[in-house]
Design a protein around this ligand. Structure first.
Ligand SMILES: N[C@@H](CCC[C@H](N)C(=O)O)C(=O)O
Length: 264
């Protein structure tokens, strides 16, 4: 499946065990050209339990687009208006939106430096990241937030002018981020539109990152650069992100596509 171009290989592990090691995940991701591998498992309390692995082989806690993709499957299967999916980052609600789109309530963003986590206390609106060549390092100041996974967001004038495959990895495993970080490059077009590209932790430059889109909107709205609702334009499609004032939750709405399904 894909969610706005973010590519997934999803295993239905409700009746069959799926216990891959990191090598197996890497092989599946390579074969299926997937950014993330996921498995849907039975859960006693909610509709399903979703496990998520990056294409690098590590299991992670959150994937916004992946959760939307699985919500789409479960909504169709159960013929329900809403499904609840347990992830390692918490229980998330998914529902159908207009025009075949799917919405996930991603819950509240976490803003404490320990929540991201950072290795030392810093102002999350602009942390100090020293990157660049050894002889000429430069200081960059991305905003950071957790959407169940860590994000650093650089606000730039022209997203397409940045060499993301070279800059992304320098930030992804910078010592300030003990668990690594997803690295977003956000260009505010106007108060309701952001162009975004994301170098994902453990997956590289993907066509879309759902939690990255939520993180970019939260950091932009927190800094007064945008409204709390905006369209995020990613390489693979568009997402509408709404950081609700009423309950602090972030809602993500966008397209989902089932590309193929088969028995293994
Ligand atoms: N593609 C995802 C995020 C997947 C996990 C991320 N790479 C991480 O390591 O936290 C999304 O749509 O949110």
């Amino acid at each position: 499946m894909n969610g706005a171009g973010n590519a997934f290989a999803i295993f239905d592990a409700r009746d069959r065990k799926f216990t891959p090691d990191a090598d197996r995940i890497r092989a599946i991701a390579e074969q299926m050209q997937a950014d993330q591998v996921m498995s849907i498992e039975r859960d006693t309390m909610v509709d399903s339990y979703l496990r998520i692995w990056n294409s690098s082989g590590e299991e992670v806690d959150a994937c916004g687009n992946g959760t939307r993709a699985v919500a789409h499957l479960l909504l169709a299967e159960a013929q329900k208006d809403q499904v609840k999916i347990r992830t390692n980052a918490g229980v998330l609600k998914g529902q159908k939106a207009d025009n075949g789109l799917v919405t996930i309530d991603m819950g509240s963003p976490l803003m404490g430096w320990e929540d991201i986590p950072l290795s030392e206390k810093m102002d999350v609106r602009g942390v100090d990241v020293r990157i660049g060549p050894m002889d000429k390092p430069y200081l960059a100041k991305p905003a950071v937030v957790s959407m169940g996974n860590p994000h650093a967001v650089f606000f730039v004038d022209d997203v397409d002018a940045y060499d993301i495959p070279n800059i992304g990895p320098l930030v992804e495993w910078h010592p300030l981020f003990p668990e690594g970080v997803n690295v977003g490059f956000a260009q505010v077009i106007d108060r309701e539109t952001i162009r975004l590209r994301v170098w994902e932790r453990g997956a590289g430059l993907t066509k879309a990152c759902g939690t990255g889109a939520c993180a970019a909107l939260v950091c932009a709205a927190r800094a007064g650069k945008t409204e709390r609702r905006a369209k995020l334009i990613l390489d693979g499609g568009e997402l509408i992100i709404h950081w609700q004032e009423s309950d602090d939750h972030v809602l993500m709405t966008g397209p989902v596509e089932l590309e193929m399904s088969f028995e293994v």
